[in-house]
Design a protein around this ligand. Structure first.
Ligand SMILES: Nc1ncnc2c1ncn2[C@@H]1O[C@H](COP(=O)(O)OP(=O)(O)OP(=O)(O)O)[C@@H](O)[C@H]1O
Ligand SMILES: [Mg+2]
Length: 463
């Protein structure tokens, strides 16, 4: 017996019986065809049946096709909707596309054209749902939109991002340097309805106040020395998309006033101009300072703070989400291996232990750089405790402890210099005088080791 794959379901909605029957006859070989003579009935059918495609006439008595389209998409956001319009009615067709129709067809319907359109629509929808489920799977495994993390604070953060992203609300992202603020800003943009629009970032501390103003708002020709022509500012460039103001605490008082006005009125003038410019942007701001404190100190306007502080996202320091460190290590390890064309299988448990116990003052950025450095310098197939930078080992295990098993020499030396010397000779002995390996274990460069040995030789010769 031949197993027939489930045929896609099409709902044909038209008040004209001949059109309904004609389409049904033409489509029923490849599709399960349902029909309705109006919008109300069509919605009932949608509620009780599996329908992949809605094919509806625009002009119908009672509920028209555009309204049906809108209501149908509320029930089934992934429904493929194709509207049939009278010849020449372009405005309706455009309106249909704006409201989420997949495409439209002119009446009378060309059946070959319809056939192609349906096949294309089904293909792209299958691809989309495959992408969607793949992406969801990846998100669940690693985090959200390239933000790696599974710890409780990160899960809560993902929930906030998912909630805030589709809205138009201004978002303020706070957190210490290297915690991932820019990454979060990107994620919000990508998950928003503006994801097809531009994402424009401005690093506010990088520019002097006058330059920042013209960078943000643009300028007219000749508005200041060096302003050769009219220039669009970042606000205009971000029209229809997201504007990301990084290090927003560094904006000086005059620009703060202008920024406040744009946020209130969504309009501004270019520097040296008086023609108002309207923009449609979503603002995301980030800072590694505590804005509230800056408001109390009087260096940041309170009214601007309230405008920015609609949705606040605070990124915890990495040390407060140590659960995520193994996952992040794995992520950065792969990244560094790809980038440096290396193959490293992973980290040994004691290396991972050191990295998990360290305080990470530079947060995720420091972890990323550390892993990259370890990958570049690694000799073996895995990263071991010996590959972990000295400052990390010392913080975790106390000063002098360079690597496990090589703590302090047995006989207590009389001085710090003596202890160092003994450590060095012990390490050399363990490695059969291999200086490279001894230096590696000690966490110093080969050159430093050479210098030290030379010093000892000179000192011994002199005494
Ligand atoms: N959760 C995370 N998952 C994966 N990569 C991350 C994560 N958090 C940060 N990173 C990476 O760490 C680096 C620093 O992140 P980012 O630039 O977003 O930090 P920031 O908070 O904006 O820092 P700064 O205040 O210094 O500008 C980037 O390379 C980023 O990709
Ligand atoms: Mg940043």
């Amino acid at each position: 017996m031949i197993h027939e794959p489930a045929r896609p379901g099409i709902l044909v909605v038209d008040d004209d019986r001949n059109t309904r029957d004609g389409l049904k006859r033409a489509l029923q070989r490849d599709y399960r065809v349902l029909t309705a003579e109006g919008g109300e009935r069509a919605l009932e059918i949608l509620d009780g049946n599996a329908v992949d495609i809605l094919l509806a006439d625009v002009r119908m008595p009672g509920m028209d096709g555009l309204t049906l389209l809108q209501r149908a998409l509320v029930r089934q956001p992934r429904l493929i909707c194709i509207l049939l319009t009278a010849y020449g009615n372009v405005e309706t067709a455009v309106e249909a596309m704006k409201r989420g129709a997949y495409d439209f067809l002119m009446k009378p319907v060309n059946l070959d054209h319809l056939d192609l359109l349906l096949k294309r629509a089904l293909r792209s929808s299958a691809m989309e749902s495959e992408n969607l489920s793949l992406r969801r799977e990846l998100d669940e495994k690693f985090g959200l939109e390239n933000i790696v993390g599974q710890s409780a604070p990160m899960q809560a953060l993902f929930d906030t991002i998912r909630q805030a992203a589709p809205t138009q609300a201004t978002v303020l992202i706070q957190g210490a340097s290297g915690t991932g603020k820019e990454l979060v800003a990107h994620a919000i943009h990508r998950l928003s309805t503006r994801s097809r629009g531009p994402f424009v970032a401005v690093h506010c501390s990088a520019l002097a106040p006058t330059l920042l103003e013209s960078e943000l708002f643009g300028h007219e020709k000749g508005s200041f020395t060096g302003a050769a022509g009219r220039r669009r500012g970042r606000f205009e460039m971000a029209d229809g998309g997201t504007l990301f103001l990084d290090e927003v605490s560094e904006i000086d008082a005059a620009v703060q006033v202008k920024l406040l006005r744009v946020l209130e009125e969504r309009t501004f003038e270019r520097v040296g101009g008086n023609e108002p410019v309207d923009v449609d942007i979503r603002l995301i701001a980030a800072t590694n300072r505590d804005l509230k404190t800056l408001v109390q100190e009087g260096s940041f306007r309170e009214d601007l703070f309230f405008r920015l502080d609609v949705v606040t996202i605070t990124l915890p320091p990495l040390a407060e989400r140590a659960d995520d460190i193994p996952l992040l290590c794995d992520h950065f390890l792969r990244e560094a291996c790809r980038k440096n064309a290396k193959t490293i299988d992973g980290l040994t448990p004691d290396a991972l232990h050191l990295l998990t116990a360290y305080s990470w003052p530079g947060n995720v950025r420091e972890l990323r750089n550390t892993i990259e450095k370890m990958v570049v310098l690694a000799r073996g197939p895995r990263l071991t405790a010996r590959d972990v930078p000295r400052n990390i080992v010392e913080e975790v295990r106390g000063p002098g402890a360079v690597s496990r098993g090589t703590l302090l020499p047995a006989a207590a030396p009389a001085s710090l210099a003596g202890a160092e010397k003994q450590l060095i000779f012990d390490a050399l002995k363990r490695h059969g005088n291999n200086r490279t390996r001894a230096a590696q274990e000690l966490g110093i460069s080969r050159r430093t080791l050479h210098r030290k040995l030379k010093q000892y030789r000179e000192h011994d010769a002199a005494s």
